[in-house]
Design a protein around this ligand. Structure first.
Ligand code: IPM
Ligand code: MN
Length: 369
């Protein structure tokens, strides 16, 4: 088996964290007898500098011709004064649109060994395990009309959803909930927005197809609070694009660092895998970036593109063990934390690689007897 992956590492810390994720994929493939074919292509700020466009056609063509796309991060301070459609972020949004994945899965898990990293008390976060299903191709990000008219001083974006767009993302949320704790929280602002009333009515209809899954509704403002007060009450959260963008960053507080969060976008022609964190230009090249978000993203690639659940789990277990042994990148470091060892991006990748080898060796030894 050969898995074709287009690598769009992008800007800032994107290349350094993606490198570690690629190493992990290569070694897991080697240990288990399958291969990856990686093609590296520019996106975001690097692509603007090299080709004058944040998503060159050659990058898009390569992405469309692969089994999966693995992205690092896009964005940089030098582009801050550009309009949205010229910025590095536009390249990512165009790529998402072209690949067609509409369901962005963002797990937020409170690892026991990081319980002191969250500003929330361990008794609040312990055991929290939330899966956000963020709608990724609709809402304010893509809704038309959109404009900023400097003369009249009016800015406009449109939060627009069709029933079909809500149905398809809701189905994914319910199907995933069936494999988890069988609860879906749908998040909207149906007390104010018509588009949210459509959202809620549609999710209720879809829920009838999944009688084994409990459905609850929360307004987005209340949800933002409940996530901090009672994160354990959530299983799958399904919500529209911008609400999901905001809530998934908020949920990083539960895990201890935004650098831990992976994501997978499914449902389209080609799945797109990207850590939730940004390009963090302030720490790029310093060895401080946390590669675990990217490495956990690689695990999601194995799960959702290659159906290699055992290998995805092996990577996730390896990450947990490395953390349990006290290794921390700078974002996870804490003062007065006995036993913690601060490591660089590369060292963290190497540690996960070593533990992963142990796990897979043991698995193979067990199968051999
Ligand atoms: C994310 C990011 C992106 C988004 C940006 C970089 C366009 O914040 O993936 O959460 O807003 O979707
Ligand atoms: Mn975001």
């Amino acid at each position: 088996m050969k898995i074709k992956v287009t690598i769009v590492a992008g800007d800032g810390i994107g290349p350094e964290v993606t490198r570690e994720a690629v190493h992990i994929l290569e070694s897991v493939g080697q240990l288990n007898g399958y291969k990856f074919q990686f093609t590296e292509m520019p996106i975001g700020g690097v692509a603007i500098r090299q080709h004058g466009s944040p998503l060159p056609t050659t990058t898009l063509d390569a992405a469309l011709d692969s089994d999966a796309v693995l992205l690092g991060a896009v964005g940089g301070n030098e582009f801050n004064s550009l309009p949205p459609d010229k910025r590095p972020e536009a390249g990512l949004l165009q790529l998402r649109h072209a690949l067609g994945g509409f369901a962005n899965l963002r797990p937020s898990v409170a690892y026991a060994s990081l319980s002191n990293n969250s500003p929330l008390r361990p008794e609040v976060t312990d055991g929290a395990d939330i899966l956000f299903v963020r709608e990724l191709l609709g809402g304010l990000y893509f809704g038309e009309p959109r404009s900023w008219d400097r003369e009249t001083g009016v800015g406009l974006n449109t939060m627009r959803y069709t029933r079909d767009e809500v149905v398809r993302v809701a189905r994914i949320a319910f199907e995933l909930a069936q494999k988890r704790r069988k609860k879906v929280t749908s998040v909207d602002k149906a007390n104010v927005l018509e588009v949210s009333q459509l959202w809620r009515a549609t999710v209720i209809d879809v829920a009838a197809e999944y009688p084994d899954v409990a459905l609850e509704h929360q307004y987005v403002d209340a949800c933002a609070m409940h996530l901090m007060n009672t994160p354990r009450n959530f299983d799958v959260v399904v919500t529209e694009n911008l609400f999901g963008d905001i809530l998934s960053d908020e949920a990083a507080v539960i895990t201890g660092s935004l650098g831990m969060l992976p994501s997978a976008t499914i449902g389209g022609k080609v799945n797109l895998y990207e850590p939730v964190h940004g390009s963090a230009p302030d720490i790029a090249g310093t060895g401080k970036a946390n590669p675990l978000g990217a490495i956990l993203t690689a695990a999601m690639l194995l799960r959702h593109t290659a159906n290699l659940e055992q290998d995805a789990l092996a990577i996730e277990t390896a990450v947990q063990r490395v953390l349990t042994r006290g290794y921390r990148t700078a974002d996870l470091a804490r003062t007065n934390q006995p036993g913690q060892q601060i490591v660089t991006t590369q060292e963290m990748g190497r540690l996960v690689f070593e533990v992963l080898n142990e796990i897979i060796d043991r698995r193979q030894a067990m199968h051999a007897v």
